[in-house]
Design a protein around this ligand. Sequence first.
Ligand SMILES: [Zn+2]
Length: 602
Amino acid sequence: MRKVLLTTAAVLLAAGCSDGGTEPSVPTSVAVTAVTPSLNALGATTVVHATVSDQKGRAITAAPLTWTASGTSVSVVGLGGDSAVVTAAANGSGIVTATSGTASGSTTVQVAQTAANVLKVGGDAETGQIGRVLTSQVRVQVRDRLNQPIVGQTVNFAVTGGNGSVSPASATTNTDGIASTSWTLGPAVGANTVMASFPGTTIASVTFTATGSATAQGTILLNTGNNQAAMVNTAVPVGPTVLVADAGGTALGGQTVNFSVRSGGGTITNATAVTNANGIAALGGWTLGPSAGPQEVLVTAPGVNAAPVVIRGVGCAGGGPGTTGYNITLCFTSPMTPSQAQVFRDAAARWAQVIKGDLQDLTGAVPASACAPGTPSMDMDYDDLLIFAIVEPIDGSGRVLGQAGYCYRRVNGLPVIGLMRFDAADVNDLETSGTLGAVFLHEMGHVIGVGSSLWTSMGFLQNPSSTSSVLDTYFNGPGAVAGFDAIGGTTYTGGQKVPVENTGGAGTANGHWRENVLRNELMTGYVANGANPMSLVTVRSLADLGYQVDLGAADNFFLTLALQGQQGGSASFIPRTFKLHNDELKLPQFTMDRAGRTTRMQ
Ligand SMILES: [Zn+2]
């Protein structure tokens, strides 16, 4: 090139000489060309050349040149001779001008960054709690080939593993060339991935990884359906649900929850569930197994560092639709030994021998803790008397034995739901001494209705005593009086018939037959060593209350002549064996009608 130019100049110079004139050569036009008129990265350069011609179109060599650039997209610096270097400064275009004397010429240089690579700026290879937003945002910087940031580039983010979510799913790079999104990890412990892609570019997409870890100190909370009673081999009425939350109490959606039968032999459906947006997971259904007593479903949430929880139920047995006669349904709401449960069943069977007539079954909903704190909820057919039976630690051996009573009864009628609750230590002692059978039979008598609650409400209790006023308290039901006469009471001279306990304090007085007269009869306030017969007095008193009874089922029992004059109230009375102490439980009392509607009476 250089050689060609020199040759041309020599030709032009020779032609001038042939004119013989002396007119000087003046720069008249300038042509500018760029080696690379388009630049694709900031800081990229190209060389421009200028060609200066005189008034006769002849090239002028070594003409002095001044270089300028318009706008902000490019800058230009002369290199000497006919050349200059142009540097890209911003996207857009710039006009590069060369001036020589009064003549000038220019060319346009374009600057347009092209995305060439991407840098992960943050949010990669993180570890975070499952189901939660990662602390660090996912951030990428899009750059040209000279690693200068590109503004305004669209970046798309998509979850490609772990079932989490990103927000936003599409972003535009900022003035630093950075686009970002927030990443919520999926519900399972383990790998999560997000892919960032760059539409309109040739840059390959990049993948971010994160590891989901278990929630720190999360909790599983019982929500609905805990502590229900139902007949064995039937479904509990309310499907159990649990709530999964983090340590701060925030509900965790998308958590896997596993349910498994832990005791009782029941069956469940949908043993695996996932919490909804409110953190709730539902067990499909729970049919209790054949085991009478407590039954359990274990609940775990493997993605949450929480202690497993137990959904409790109670399988009830005895009676039920299709059975005839008078039935007692027992619901063992606490663990107990097989022999203790058998004593309860024996007591129920004995009362069912005495009471022959079926009662109206009732069906209705009973809430939890209706009878006493912790009693289960129910919604079933009650045939004919349902008893919650509880053996639990109370205060150790020899103190409070326990109590029994009813909490629901038919409108103006007989008990339908009751409770028997005993101290485990005393139950063990009684079992060892051989008197547990008599004690449970006695206490079940109170649930059936023997005692001051029903006697008072039905108007049979006369002259009730108190600690400060010991009266000739008596039960005036005609059946019981006839029964008392039949066992030797015709010659009783101690007072009105049938004599009721008038000492011993609340729960003993007014709710038992008088110990001084009826001694070891089952329903006095004291259990004797040896036999505690259920006399005709007790059996016929049940008829006064409204039961149909079998008189022949009463035990043989006769008053002794020595006792017929006893009135009681004397401190000089001899051996009293085991006092049951305030065992007639005064529970909240409700009535239940034939439509299952309940009303609290006291
Ligand atoms: Zn009692």
